[in-house]
Design a protein around this ligand. Structure first.
Ligand code: CA
Ligand code: CA
Length: 152
């Protein structure tokens, strides 16, 4: 009987904990593929959101895509993205086709070569190459905020 009481007490502690922890995880975790703007260094690509002059090249890196698959990458004007949007209406540069690696990673793909044009931009990875932003695609700057900007 004592054991059962202890078990119930433990249960009473564990259940709320699991609920709180996992409820938060499921609310905030985004499980789909992601992409980010990047700058290339000798050691590889590192995320960068601001490109300071017109002599830089912009790269993209990402993860959680299908393995060993071709994807189309676009630089677009900065906007809010909704599933169903036609990417072609907003293209600034691209598409550049890159292949994901055996882990589904996109490593250091050059997506925009200098000279760049100052402004605010998003990056769209059209993973199924259908020209439309839909599930399974990735955007850097999905909200009204830009993915990266280029300044004079
Ligand atoms: Ca697509
Ligand atoms: Ca945006």
């Amino acid at each position: 009987m004592v054991r059962l009481k202890n078990l119930l007490r433990l249960f009473g502690l564990v259940v709320p904990f699991v609920f709180i922890c996992c409820h938060q995880v499921s609310s905030y975790a985004y499980d789909g593929p992601t992409v980010t703007s990047a700058r290339k260094y000798f050691t590889g690509c590192r995320g960068a959101n601001r490109f300071d002059n017109e002599d830089e090249d912009v790269y993209a890196k990402g993860s959680k895509f299908s393995k060993d698959t071709d994807v189309d990458i676009y630089v677009t004007e900065n906007r809010s993205w909704q599933f169903g949007d036609i990417i072609g209406f907003y293209i600034v540069n691209g598409s550049v086709t890159a292949t994901t690696n055996f882990r589904g990673k996109l490593k250091c793909a050059k997506i925009w070569e200098s000279p760049l044009t100052p402004g605010k931009y998003d990056i769209v990875v059209d993973a199924n190459q259908d020209g439309t932003y839909n599930q399974g695609d990735a955007v850097d700057g999905r909200s009204s905020k830009q993915g990266f900007k280029v300044v004079d």
